[in-house]
Design a protein around this ligand. Structure first.
Ligand code: PEP
Ligand code: MN
Length: 372
């Protein structure tokens, strides 16, 4: 059950205190508060977890701070969409809005290699009007002898350079809860020049202890990759793990499914599922063309497969793109062959703009003018 607090009720108020006390005293019910920073206002939601079937909706709706109550019985309790609900979708982090309507681009390095390449990348992003990026410091590798990422050593220069070039959010994979602490400590020490989105990779989608640990923080939004060899429902439940612990600002990322049937693509591109995830949940949906395709091959029409699949995700309504670029891919320590070149960045952004516009035109065909 979700209790929505009236938008103008402050947490320090008498009404809130009385409401909270009542809810906290319900027997066998865990009470969890979640603050949603929306487009226009900040909203507070209180989740009642446990057997809520015997609770009286009317009694709770009569509490002084309560706007209304949403009963949820279906799957994905917090992140799912439920019947007749009008809960808000999306959140703002470090001045950037994430919802199921807009589109944010995170172009950047698969793995941080040296400060020079980080700076060249960030500078190119700024010159192209970008405020988000991806930078891998902790790399989960198949081979134990492969480069594992520079880890916490590279964080100070990555964060400082992000600040220098006006980057507001870096998507950065974490593979252990200690990485969250390292990121937090370094951001604090460098004066918070940028923000971080914690990325959980496909190999960790069902690492439940990592999900619970990352879920216990709510400072940073989380980008959860779908598991490459599990069902959609299992991946969406993994996202719900984050929310059930208190971290509901989650973006769900499609990144292809592991199968030899897709070869020579690295994975089977699954961007047809963008609308499906948007229908089942309230999460913004990201696509990762780089880890889906895994190469710079192009089709006879001259367009790179990477551009083609990005277009497929965007025309289906994707809300975020995570994509690998590198100033000099032969020097890249991870995934060089799939990296786009910096001189391709303006072309990539223009291609995305063309397709996004087509998506918006498609929306106008189904939405009455008044609803736009
Ligand atoms: C990545 O984005 O760097 C990555 C390792 O992706 P995935 O977890 O999807 O393989
Ligand atoms: Mn990679």
């Amino acid at each position: 059950m979700i209790v929505l607090i009236l938008p103008d009720v402050k947490e320090q108020s008498e009404e809130f205190a009385r409401t909270w006390e009542y809810l906290e005293n319900l027997s066998d019910i865990k009470v969890q508060k979640h603050v949603v920073k929306g487009k226009e206002q900040q909203l507070t939601e209180i989740y009642l977890i446990g057997d809520t079937s015997k609770l009286s909706q009317d009694e709770i709706e009569a509490l002084p701070a309560v706007e209304r109550v949403v009963r949820i019985s279906d799957e994905y309790r917090i992140l799912g969409r439920h019947k007749d609900e009008r809960r808000s979708i999306g959140f703002t982090y470090n001045g950037v809005l994430f919802d199921q309507e807009n589109l944010n681009i995170f172009a950047g390095l698969c793995a941080v290699d040296n400060p020079e390449n980080v700076e060249i990348m960030m500078k190119a992003l700024k010159e192209n009007g970008q405020v988000c990026t991806r930078m891998g410091a902790y790399k989960p590798r198949t081979n134990p002898y492969s480069f594992q990422g520079h880890g916490k050593k590279c964080l100070p220069y990555v964060f400082e350079l992000a600040g220098k070039y006006g980057i507001k959010i870096i998507s950065m994979e974490v593979t252990h809860e200690s990485h969250v602490e390292e990121i937090e400590k370094c951001l604090e020490e460098t004066g918070r020049p940028t923000g971080v989105m914690l990325q959980i990779g496909t190999r960790n989608t069902q690492n439940f202890e990592l999900l619970k640990a990352v879920g216990r923080q709510s400072e940073y939004p989380v980008l959860l990759k779908r598991g490459y060899g599990i069902t959609m429902s299992e991946s969406l439940n993994a996202a719900e793990y984050l929310a059930s612990e208190g971290s509901a600002n989650v973006i769900f990322c499609l990144r292809g499914m592991k199968t030899s049937f897709a070869s020579p693509h690295r994975n089977m591109v699954d961007f047809a599922q963008v609308p499906l995830v948007k229908r089942l949940t309230r999460m913004p949906v990201c696509i990762d063309p780089s880890h889906s395709v895994g190469s710079r091959d192009s089709s006879p029409d001259g367009i790179l497969d990477l551009f083609h699949v990005t277009a497929q995700g965007v025309i289906a309504g994707a809300n975020m793109i995570l994509v690998d670029f590198h100033p000099n891919p032969v020097q890249a320590l991870v995934d060089g062959p799939q990296a786009l070149l910096l001189e391709e960045l303006p072309h990539f952004l223009e291609d995305v703009r063309v397709v996004r516009e087509a998506y918006e035109k498609r929306l106008r065909l189904v939405r009455p003018a008044a609803a736009q």
